[in-house]
Each structure stands twice: as structure tokens, then as C-alpha cells.
Design a protein around this ligand. Structure first.
Ligand SMILES: [Zn+2]
Length: 88
């Protein structure tokens, strides 16, 4: 078991969280026509980086989204930041 830090609730069991997406990934602008390859790139291409990564997670208990930074090799959590405070 791993403990993840929710910025609103504090440390909690990893089973209370759901991965949402890589932080900073920009959704295509749907106010203009979007090419299929742009949707495919957004939906399916992952960078899969080694080392420190920033990801958007949801704490299912409180329903809040936040950015968690963790090491993708060691799985060590390096920090978490509330999203609704305008971080992303
Ligand atoms: Zn929470």
C-alpha cells in the first residue's frame, strides 16, 4: 500500500485515488474543427517519462482534483498541489 497526499484531506490510502491525466496536457480547441490525428495524439500518446512526472489525480472521497508530482521509477511522491487554486 502507498499513501498519497490529498491537498484537502491529507495523507490517504492509494485506493481512494484515481489517475486522471498527465498535467499540462492541452485538450484540442473544439471551437474550431479538430483533425482526427490531433484527437488521437491527445487521447492516446503518452510521454511515459522516467523520473519526476506531474499528473492530475482525483481523490474519490472528497471529489477534488489536484496535481501530484511523483517519481515514475521509485514511485516516491514528491508533492501535491490543489488544482482549484489555479496551479494548472
Ligand atoms: Zn481529498
Amino acid at each position: 500500500m502507498q499513501v498519497f497526499p490529498c491537498p484537502y484531506c491529507g495523507p490517504r490510502n492509494e485506493t481512494e485515488f484515481r489517475y486522471i491525466a498527465a498535467a499540462g496536457k492541452t485538450r484540442p480547441d473544439t471551437t474550431q474543427p479538430v483533425q482526427d490525428q490531433d484527437w488521437a495524439r491527445y487521447l492516446y500518446r503518452q510521454r511515459n517519462e522516467k523520473g519526476a512526472v506531474r499528473e492530475v489525480w482525483m481523490h474519490l472521497t472528497c471529489g477534488e482534483l489536484f496535481v501530484m508530482e511523483r517519481d515514475s521509477v521509485t514511485m516516491e511522491v514528491l508533492g501535491s498541489t490543489a488544482l482549484r487554486d489555479g496551479v494548472e
